[in-house]
Design a protein around this ligand. Structure first.
Ligand code: ADP
Ligand code: MG
Length: 263
């Protein structure tokens, strides 16, 4: 399938994002420390439904910590984070369900090595969403088709290329019908020839209306798919801008300096 073409709202993928009103993700005055290290310093960020936000910035700036905080893989020390109007509980039975509203794809593919690709994709829906196996497998196959690896369903992760594994990881996240998808440098561990097959899947998702927060330095993707670029350094959001403005005419010296080094 041509993954770069928007195909209109795809029920298998974006249905959750259509419900509710108001911004989908609200990050309000968030602080995070690791011991003495102040890693997130009063972060404020709003992500609207269907919006794609690219987060860019130097290593160590807090991008991954922000993603992990939104998904509650990291507790925060101050402020609050709302997803679809709800603050995640610190623990309890609602945590797993609400956390499943936030899909996350990491730099390393994080697939279960001893499960097939199909099993990797059906595990969450069966265990967390309490969805039936048959329904889960049908949905999983649709998603694997969608990311172009349906023919790999019976294989184990190690039998796939890096690009295929990352697309499987995306399908696995989508299987939970998340309201928002977080991508933390999803292509930086890939061989160059495999970067585009993953970015194309992400661009397709963006066109279908998936709400996405994407940490990446891929300028082409940002220009194609994002409405907003957030430049983060030293635990702060230094600049928020449109992709076109950011890459051609950044407002802050900090961003200009960073861009002069990566472009
Ligand atoms: P980025 O993703 O922008 O490179 P990170 O969020 O990974 O930045 O890291 C921000 C800062 O927090 C860095 O100084 C990093 O060393 C530190 N850090 C990240 N995770 C931990 C952790 N689990 N324990 C201690 N320090 C951490
Ligand atoms: Mg990081």
């Amino acid at each position: 399938p041509d993954l770069t073409k928007g195909q209109g709202p795809d029920d298998a993928i974006t249905q959750a994002a259509a419900t509710g009103t108001g911004p989908l993700v609200v990050v309000e005055h968030v602080h995070k420390h690791f011991g003495e290290l102040h890693v997130l310093k009063d972060i404020n960020l709003t992500v609207d439904r269907g919006e794609v936000v690219v987060v860019i910035g130097p290593s160590g700036g807090g991008k991954s910590t922000l993603c992990r905080s939104i998904n509650r893989l990291e507790p925060i020390d101050g402020g609050r984070i709302l997803v679809d109007g709800k603050e995640l509980p610190k623990e309890g039975k609602d945590l797993a369900r609400l956390r499943a509203d936030v899909g996350m794809v990491f730099q390393s593919f994080n697939l279960f090595a001893h499960k097939t690709i199909l099993e990797n994709v059906t595990l969450g829906p069966v265990k967390v969403r309490k969805q039936g196996r048959q329904e889960s497998e049908k949905h999983a196959m649709e998603l694997l088709e969608r990311v172009g690896i349906a023919d790999q369903a019976a294989k184990y992760p190690a039998q796939l290329s890096g690009g295929q594994q990352q697309r499987a990881a995306i399908a696995r996240s989508l299987a939970m019908r998340p309201k928002v998808m977080l991508f933390d440098e999803p292509t930086s561990a890939l061989d160059p020839e495999m970067v585009n097959e993953v970015l194309d899947v992400m661009t397709g998702l963006a066109r279908e209306g998936m709400t996405m927060i994407v940490v990446t330095h891929e300028m082409g993707f940002a220009r194609r798919a994002a409405q907003k670029v957030v430049f983060m350094a030293d635990g702060q959001i230094v600049e928020e801008n449109t992709p076109d403005e950011f890459f051609t005419n950044a407002r802050t010296d900090r961003a200009k300096d960073f861009l002069s080094k990566i472009l």
